[in-house]
Design a protein around this ligand. Sequence first.
Ligand code: WTA
Length: 646
Amino acid sequence: MSEKVYPVPQDWAARALIDEAAYRDMYDRSIKDPEGFWAEQGKRLDWIKPYTKVKNVSFAPGKVSIKWFEDGTLNLSVNCIDRHLATRGDQVAFIWEGDDPKDDAKITYRQLHTEVCRMANVLKAQGVKKGDRVTIYMPMIPEATYAMLACARIGAVHSVVFGGFSPDSLAGRIEDCGSTCLITADEGLRAGKKVPLKANADAALAKSPLVTSVIVVKRTGAAVSMTEGRDLWYHEAVKNVSDNCPPEEMSAEDPLFILYTSGSTGKPKGVLHTTGGYLVYVSMTFQYVFDYQDAEIFWCTADVGWVTGHSYVVYGPLACGATSLLFEGVPNYPSVSRVWEVIDKHGVSIFYTAPTALRALMQAGDEPVKKTSRKSLRLLGSVGEPINPEAWEWYHRVVGEDRCPIVDTWWQTETGGILIAPFPGATALKPGSATRPFFGVQPKIVDAEGEVLEGACEGNLILTDSWPGQMRTVYGDHQRFMETYFSTYPNAYFTGDGCRRDDDGYYWITGRVDDVINVSGHRMGTAEVESSLVAHSKVSEAAVVGYPHSIKGQGIYAYVTLMAGEEPSEELRKELVQWVRKDIGPIASPDLIQFAPSLPKTRSGKIMRRILRKIAEDEYGSLGDTSTLSDPGVVDDLIANRQNKR
Ligand code: WTA
């Protein structure tokens, strides 16, 4: 691990929103007097009825309950749009950069207000009411953000499903939350290729007839089939509605959105976030971690299908009256200079992306970066997976020309917003470390027995108190919420991440310690890929683990045992990859498949994943104790036939 330290640049210390003294003072207060601290921070929003209660939280076994600002009422879209109109009506809220560099658009706060009201009125005309769930399956176009904000305006709960997910994955998510309305587009466009969103939606709806209304936004103009009485074109429906839609008064604890994420076991969980605390938290983290200054252009490359897109493309920036860039395309299309060209084209000051994108761009060398100016850049950010020091150094030296601090931000879908990250004006940086906790965040490191470790140490990361952006429950299954996050270590939230703390009190996230793998910054449950594989008629058993991958961070390694009489072949290998791709989506495609006559099991029949992980990682010299295996010979075969890494 690199222990190089990058001190806070002097100009940053002098003019950043948070300097070291402010960090220490505010962090101290946030821990000693959370009620007082957050009561004050809650004022960053406009409330209809101000809150009198601030925090009401229990992490007690069997009684987990999380409430913030519970007796206050507000509307989120008003806080993101209406309240800025008097001072920033003509300021750009979203810069949209299309997949094709010739396509772009600017949407001011005033235009955003009109567009969101119109979309809200279309939803109302379809009978969508407060509390109803609306599924959004969209490309990265402005209408995706209108749809999210329109739901918030009328009190509907949105569930955005990433456009790369398959019809089956979409159907499962629609059913789980009981959406009756779906917003989609004819097609998406990524790297010049068309994504058949409406056709996928039709396939999904054939399986889940719950949806009675499908609103279709025209993106490419492709001919798509429209079901009479169920489907309507957005551009036609919007002609008949008013530009004004009065906002619904919501309680702080009313649900805002559900976002599905993969866990260790079972189907993806519907992570539920509520209104008031979430918006206070994303607004505050956005302002301070990115040191956002008025009129700057902020670009987060995440898709709105992931939590990073929710919190730092849409809600955090808009709550702060910022200008946020929405990018439809991919980093290497039409060329490997695209990202840096977009930064120059729009004068981006703050750029926030994932290590996997940086590693891919780094492979193309320095030249595609250096031929652009990037003089507008002031700050860089990283999210989604541990950043390796080599990628960090390259980001700092080549992209930021040693002038821009890097904020490595650790957080999760469940946490709503950033929990551990540097403050660029306060925190000396160490490549690969997310550094120190945000206000109100109390990380602890525990050993396998749950003993809290002190000082420099390594173990599992837990959080011993709540913060306003924390998820409230798993949609429809509070029991699962408590079991997943609060049963491993009583009275604490278990993150699922391993972590090291160094002598300076800096945190270094070491990666997931459960059966979740992080592929290109996207979470994937090994159990999901396994159940997809075993659903294939030729597969009898499958075990999936992660292995180090130079671009993706982790790749998907699948051990597959075939049904008796089936022969392994290259063709079958390809067929299985396609199978999973079609079943879940391209992000779940196995990178390597090893056909194994049998899998290592304990005498009680449990697959020993620890061993499979070691073999996939090429660390089979240190397999540990294999004496409990029912047939130790299995391991030799697995080692002899392990698949080559790219
Ligand atoms: C990982 C994305 C190291 C971590 C916001 C976490 C990170 C999971 C970092 C959540 C980081 C995210 N350094 N690891 N800066 N950021 N992770 O829910 O394993 O898609 O548990 O949220 O990504 O992924 P999720």
